[in-house]
Design a protein around this ligand. Structure first.
Ligand code: TXA
Ligand code: MG
Length: 305
C-alpha cells in the first residue's frame, strides 16, 4: 500500500511483520541490505521501535515531529532485522501529512516505508507517479495530493552525543543546529554506515549533466547541436530566455518551491523525450543542500570524481 507524506510518497508495510517487509523489498526491486524508515504516529510511540532515546534525540523529535526529520537510533526488539537491513540501528520518523497520520493512528503500530519508486529511480511526489513507478504491483495508493516538501526527510544519526546528518533533506542543517545549540558532527565521523546511498540514486532515465551556471546555456545548446535531445533546468537568472534546446523547465525562485518541484521536473523532461538534462547546482545552504545532493546523485558518478 502506498501513502502520501509531506516529503515523498511511501510504500508501506507493517514494520513488525517480516513477510510484509520482504514484499516491500520485492515490489521496489531493492536489495534487502538497504534499511527502511519506520513511520510512527507520534513521538510517544518511539519507545516501541527503539532501544533508548538519548536526550539530543528527544529534543530534535520534540521540535521537528511531525516533520521531515528521520532519527537513526538503536533498534528496539520489536523491529525485525528484515526492516533494518540487518543493522542494530533503526531509522524512525513521524510524517507531517494528515493522510499519513490518520493511517498511522488507525493502524497503531510502525509502518516501514521506503519511497514508493523502483530502486534507484526518482521518488514519487504524486499518487500518479506511484502508479507509473509501481503499476499493479502495489494494491492501492492513497491519494493525498502533491507532496509539500518534495525531497526526502533529513536523516540524522542520533545514536551518540553529537548527531550527524546522513542524508540532507527537508529539515535544514541550520535549523537542526539552532535547536541543538552546537554544530552537528561531520558525517564521516558517524558510527553508522549509510546503506542505499550509492551515487546513481534518484536518477531519471535521461543522463543528468551538471555544469557551472555561466556555461549552462552554451553547453546545453552545444549538446543539442550535436544531436542530443537536451532538457535544461533554467535558473531564475536565465529564466524566460530563449534557449535552443528540446525542452526547458524554469526553476522557481524560492528553494522551497524548487525542492517541491524537483522530482516532477526530472520526470517531465524524461517524459518529453530528453536524453540529457543540463542543470547547475544551487547554493548549498538551507534546502539547497538537499537539492544539490539529489542532483549530484541523479548525475551519477562522473569521470572527474
Ligand atoms: O522522506 C522520507 O524519508 C521518505 C518518506 C516515504 O518517509 N522515505 C525515504 O525512504 O526516503 P528510503 O527508503 O527511500 O530512504 C531511506 C534511507 C535509506 O536509503 C537508508 O540509507 C537510510 O534511510 N536508512 C534507513 N535506516 C537506516 C539506518 N539504520 N542507518 C542508516 N541509514 C538508514
Ligand atoms: Mg528512496
Amino acid at each position: 500500500m502506498a501513502f502520501p507524506t509531506e516529503t515523498v510518497y511511501g510504500l508501506g508495510a507493517n514494520a513488525e511483520d517480516p513477510g510484509a517487509v520482504a514484499r516491500v523489498f520485492e515490489v521496489k526491486g531493492r536489495p534487502p541490505s538497504h534499511p527502511l524508515i519506520v513511520h510512527i504516529g507520534g513521538a510517544e510511540q518511539l519507545g516501541n521501535s527503539v532501544e533508548d532515546v538519548p536526550e539530543t534525540a528527544r529534543l530534535l523529535a520534540e521540535r521537528f515531529w511531525p516533520g521531515p526529520l528521520t532519527l537513526v537510533l538503536r533498534r528496539g526488539r520489536r523491529v525485525p532485522l528484515e526492516a533494518t537491513g540487518g543493522l542494530e540501528t533503526v531509522a524512525v520518523r513521524v510524517p507531517d501529512h494528515p493522510v499519513a497520520l490518520a493511517l498511522l493512528s488507525a493502524f497503531g503500530g510502525g509502518v516501514a516505508a521506503p519511497s514508493a519508486n523502483r530502486f534507484g529511480s526518482v521518488s514519487p511526489t504524486t499518487a500518479s507517479h506511484v502508479r507509473v513507478e509501481l503499476g499493479d504491483a502495489v494494491d492501492f495508493v492513497l491519494d493525498g495530493g502533491p507532496c509539500e516538501v518534495g525531497v526526502e526527510s533529513t536523516i540524522v544519526d542520533a545514536t551518540g552525543d553529537v548527531p550527524s546528518v546522513l542524508r540532507p533533506g527537508g529539515v535544514t542543517r541550520e535549523d537542526l543546529e539552532a535547536v541543538l545549540g552546537f554544530p552537528l558532527a561531520v558525517p564521516s565521523t558517524s558510527r553508522v554506515r549509510v546503506p542505499g546511498q550509492h551515487p546513481s540514486h534518484y536518477a531519471p532515465r535521461a543522463r543528468v549533466v551538471l555544469v557551472e551556471l555561466e556555461k549552462l546555456v552554451v553547453e546545453a545548446e552545444l549538446a543539442q547541436e550535436l544531436g542530443h535531445r537536451v532538457g535544461v533546468f533554467l535558473p531564475p537568472a536565465i529564466g524566460g530566455a530563449s534557449v535552443k534546446v528540446h525542452a526547458a523547465v524554469e526553476i522557481p525562485d524560492s528553494m522551497a518551491a524548487y525542492a517541491r518541484g524537483l522530482y516532477g521536473f526530472l520526470r517531465e523532461l524524461d517524459q518529453r523525450g530528453c536524453d540529457l538534462i543540463f542543470a547547475s547546482l544551487p547554493m548549498e545552504a538551507g534546502l539547497g543542500l538537499a537539492i544539490a545532493n539529489r542532483l549530484r546523485r541523479a548525475s551519477g558518478p562522473r569521470p572527474s570524481d
